[in-house]
Write a protein that binds this ligand. Structure first.
Ligand code: AMP
Length: 429
């Protein structure tokens, strides 16, 4: 028989990991909702041209990492390697900018696909949560997106969250800087890696982002983009920084930060979580001016970020923040004897209808085996009854942590459960 293994760079998600993932996504979504972002879903596959648009810059993602294929109708499709282009496409195609107040604020999450070399915190299918705020050019909205990013990580329990920020400026600034970079790197070209040799003519900004040690040393002496910002871009960056100071957001200006996608202009930022292991940046984002117009839409700016959920989960678990992610079962039913077992279904249904998770053993058995199952299911309470108790309309409710047991009246099951298991108001945040 053939055996099958998951595709390289992908993972199966289950058990505790799946719980942590759910919890983190729930918190991120709720935080975004507090900031008035609304959900959007876009398809997992898009026309390849959406990602390959434009002729100017090139990025590793578009050049080397896309899962591109032809469908049976001969269309070139690509599994989305990033979200922003798909969201921008939806905004343009559905004319969302015309039918709603601006800015449009969206949050989203789901799988992305990049043909990368799998490694620590690097997968070929991974999950992002992200936001986009589109339609109004404002330093405040740029900052608000970063504030949401920082606040979300802090709320999750990460301490000392620090953002790296930079400004890539607008077209004029970037053009001047590009020239300066070409001038600086050209004398070094012979000793640079093949990718960098190519980048020198296709996308010199990416030279700052090379991971090859000897190239990093060359890049360290490169001109600083902030020295090339035109007056307007300089003012905008100062305004941004003033907001960050006002809000007490911890940041460091890193002129080497260029980000891996080429639609960014103006503010860019990244957050690394300093923990036991270095998974690379957990979050990245920034401002973009021309993406919508490149897609045939109006000239509207946007700002957004994306969090890598697998990296976030890894850091969350490393930091020991994950202890409360498994809710466990509320009630484990323990019928003593076959007669009581047969009478259990209505009871089970009633407990569940009252909003408490409950489980019945798969077959009648001994109390000892029930307790072992209840422990493995992390049950908070056991509901124990035999024929005799059922006949009297009673059962014993045992708190499995405190080891205390009370007799309850089954005709008032709902009130009894609320009294003993009563949960606080269930807000995620
Ligand atoms: P990007 O879309 O490249 O700006 O990346 C945003 C975030 O997605 C990064 O900070 C990472 O946390 C995450 N990410 C990007 N690529 C991968 C990958 N191959 N595997 C896992 N996470 C990734």
């Amino acid at each position: 028989m053939p055996t099958f293994q998951k595709v390289k760079g992908t993972m199966d998600v289950h058990g505790h990991y799946a719980r942590v993932k759910e919890k983190l996504l729930e918190v991120l979504r709720s935080m975004a909702e507090l900031y008035a972002y609304q959900p959007i879903e876009t398809p997992m596959m898009e026309s390849t041209g959406l990602f390959e648009r434009g002729s100017g810059d090139t990025t590793d993602i578009v050049e080397k990492q896309m899962y591109t294929f032809f469908d049976k109708g001969g269309r070139s499709l690509t599994l989305r390697p990033e979200y922003t282009a798909g969201v921008a496409r939806a905004i343009v195609e559905e004319k969302l900018y015309a039918n709603n107040d601006l800015p449009l604020k969206f949050h989203y999450d789901g799988p992305l696909f990049r043909y990368e070399r799998p490694g620590l915190g690097r997968y070929r299918q991974f999950t992002q949560f992200g936001v986009e705020c589109v339609g109004v050019d404002s330093a405040w909205l740029d900052v608000e997106s970063l504030l949401l990013a920082v606040e979300s990580l802090s709320y999750l329990g990460f301490r000392g969250v620090k953002a790296k920020i930079n400004s890539l400026g607008g077209k004029a600034s970037r053009e001047a800087y590009r020239k300066a970079l070409v001038e600086y790197f050209t004398p070094h070209v012979e000793s640079m890696c093949e990718d960098c040799k190519r980048r020198l003519s296709t996308n010199p900004l990416r030279l700052l982002d090379c991971k090859v040690e000897s190239d990093k040393k060359i890049a360290a002496g490169a001109p600083n983009i902030l020295d090339y910002l035109v007056e307007e871009d300089k003012r905008r960056f100062e305004e941004t920084v003033a907001y960050l100071d006002l809000l007490g957001i911890d940041y460091v200006v890193d002129p080497g930060l260029v980000r891996g996608l080429d639609y960014y202009s103006g503010l860019v930022y990244e957050i690394n979580i300093a923990g036991k292991k270095d998974y690379g940046a957990v979050l990245g984002g920034g401002h973009y001016d021309d993406l919508l117009s490149e897609l045939g839409g109006p000239s509207l700016p946007g700002v957004g970020f994306a969090v890598g959920i697998e990296r976030l989960i890894a850091s969350y678990i490393d930091e020991g923040l994950d202890a409360h992610c498994d809710p466990g079962l509320d009630v484990y039913l323990m019928p003593i004897g076959e007669g009581a077992y047969r009478e259990s279904a209505p009871l089970l249904i009633e407990v569940r209808l009252n909003g408490y998770s409950a489980e019945l053993p798969p077959a009648p058995g001994k109390l000892g085996s029930y307790f072992k199952r209840a422990e493995r299911a992390k049950a908070r309470f056991a509901l124990i009854y035999g024929d005799e108790e059922l006949g009297e309309g009673k059962a014993n409710l045992k708190d499995l942590e405190k080891k205390e047991q009370v007799e309850i009246d089954l005709s008032k099951l709902s009130e009894e459960l609320d009294a003993h298991l009563g949960r606080e108001d269930e807000h995620v945040i």
